[in-house]
Write a protein that binds this ligand. Sequence first.
Ligand SMILES: *Cc1c(COP(=O)(O)O)cnc(C)c1O
Length: 421
Amino acid sequence: MSHTGTNTLAIDGGKPAITTSLPSIKNASGRQIGREEIEEVTKVLESGTLSFLYGSRVKTFERMFAEKFNIEHAVAVSSGTAALHTAMVYLNPEPGDEVIMSPISDMGSVIPILLQLAVPVFVDIDPTLQNIDPALIEEKITDRTKAIIVTHIHGNPADMDPIMEIAKKHGIFVIEDCAQAHMATYKGRLVGTIGDMGCFSLQQSKHITTGEGGMVISRRNNQFGRDVRLCMDKGWQRSQHDRDHLFLAPAYHMTELQAAVGIAQISKYEMAIEKRREAGAMLNARLDEFDFVTRIPGRPDSLNTYFQYCFRIDPDRFSMDVGHIVEALNAEGLYSWQGYPGPIPLYLYPVVKDHLTFGTSGYPFTLDDRTKSHVYAPGLCPKAEKACQETIVLPWSEGMGKAEVDLIAHALEKVFNAYLT
Ligand SMILES: *Cc1c(COP(=O)(O)O)cnc(C)c1O
C-alpha cells in the first residue's frame, strides 16, 4: 500500500476524504432555525411572560401539535425522557411491575420505568429493522406486565398491528416512543397515534426541536383515574382553589420560550422530513453498490423519516474490527459511531446491569424474588447485541443533500477499500 497517494487513510497520516464540515444538527448548518423562531421568541421576551402558567405559547404549541397528529390530547413537557416518565406516572404501576421494551433505544426509554419502580423486560429485535420483534413479546408477558414501550428506532415504524393485538389480548398499555420517528407512518397511520400514548422528544437532534423538550399525545385521558397534565405538574389540580396535590408527580414544564420555537418549528416538519428522506434515498443507492453492507430497508407499508442513517457491515469481510473502521471514518472527516445506542444494548449499561439506582438499595431490581430473577447480562438479546456490534451510525439532518451524500459515499468507499479482505 502506498503511503503517499490519495488512498492513504487519514488515520495512517493521509489526507482526509472530507475536508469541509458536513451539516450538523449541533448548529445552524443542519437546523432550520430562522426568522420565524426569532420573531416568536422575541414576542415572548417582550411580553415578560416566560412560564406556561401565565402565557399562551405552550397551550398554542400543544394545540398545534395535537392538530398535526389529528389527536385529542397533547401535553408539552421538558424532554423526551420526561414525556415517557409522564406516561409511566399516568400508568401508575405497582413497584416491581414489568414493562416490555426493546434493548435498542435511548436510555431515556429505560429511566422512566426505573424512576417509577417498575422493571424493564427486554425483548430481542427483528434484526432487519432493529425494532422490537412482535413474535417474541408474548413469551415475556406475566401477570406483572403493565405496558410495552415501543420505540420506533432510526425513523422506522415498528410492526404495530401484531403488537396491538397482543396488548389487547392481555390488557396491556402501549406507549409509543416516537423520539426518532416524528411523522413516520405505519400503514397510513402516524406513529404515536396507534398505541395508547405517544411520546416525543424535541431535543436538538430530533426532527424538529425546541432545544430540549418533549410531548405526550393520547386519544384518551383519565384511563387510570389520572389526568395526563397532573402527571407532569406535581399532581396539582390547579383549577381548584386550595392546593391539592393528588399524587406523587414530577414538574416537567416547557417554558414559553421553548414553545415559541416549537410553534415556528412545527411548520417545518414537511420540509425537514422530505430533505432527510431524499438524502437518505440517495445514500441507499450508493450503499447498494457494496455487497458487504446491509441497509435497514424500511417497511414497504411504512414511511421512514430517517432519524440517524444506520447500516450494517459484515465484519467477516474486513481485516479490522468495526470499532476501528469507525475510528478510520472519523479520521476521514465522517463523524460516525459503532452501534445504537452504542456497541452494547441498553441492558449492558451500568444503571441496569449493576442496578445503580437508589442509594445502595438496587431498587426496583431488588424488591422481591421476582424482580431479582431478571438478569441483565450478555446473551439476553443476542440479535440486539450483534446489531450493536455491526451497525455504523451516521448522524442525519435536513442539511444533507447530494453534495454531502457524495462526500459520505467517498469516505466510506475509501475506508472500506483499505480494509476489505
Ligand atoms: C432522544 C430519545 C429519547 C429521550 O429524549 P430526551 O429529550 O433526550 O430526553 C427517548 N427515546 C428515544 C428513542 C430517543 O431517541
